[in-house]
Design a protein around this ligand. Structure first.
Ligand code: IDP
Ligand code: MG
Length: 137
């Protein structure tokens, strides 16, 4: 079993799509190991996305991620990292395949409804950024 880190981003949470996304998570066979609602500060969003600090969209991204509440989760499944990236779809909702979460719930390349770790190393960092061991029992 593998674990990955996921976010229902502020756009999807504000639109009332959190429940539908969590329903898809269960129906696709993930176990929800950790889950909480947070309202990130700008500094917390910058720390989470530190790997993107030099990218031109860093300011826009961290403004967006601190613009409203989100839901952070740890998901478990066989091949959870790739499985969750596939369920999310491409970064740009316009390029995401039908049936993916970003196709259904995303509205732009920035406001794309969900986040998912892209590798075991980033998953480990991201899970530990938001959850203690006790919260993932
Ligand atoms: P990913 O979320 O599919 O892994 P990344 O390239 O890691 O995509 O980018 C992280 C996040 O930054 C994206 O999910 C999106 O919210 C935002 N982002 C990516 N590219 C752009 C852009 O060109 N303009 C604005 N925001 C962007
Ligand atoms: Mg990424």
């Amino acid at each position: 079993m593998e674990r990955t880190f996921a976010i229902i981003k502020p756009d999807a949470f504000a639109a009332g799509n959190g429940g539908r996304i969590i329903s898809r998570i269960y129906s696709e066979g993930f176990k929800v190991v950790g889950l909480k609602k947070l309202y990130l500060s700008k500094i917390e969003a910058e720390g989470f996305y530190a790997v993107h600090r030099e990218r031109p969209f860093f300011g826009e991204l961290t403004d967006f991620m601190s613009s409203g509440p989100c839901i952070v989760m740890v998901l478990e499944a066989e091949g959870a990292i790739v499985k969750w990236r596939e369920l999310m779809g491409a970064t740009n909702p316009a390029a995401a395949k039908p049936g993916t979460l970003r196709n259904e719930f995303g509205s732009s390349v920035g406001e794309n409804a969900t986040h998912g770790s892209d590798a075991p190393e980033t998953a480990a960092f991201e899970m530990a950024y938001f959850f203690s061991g006790l919260e993932l029992l």
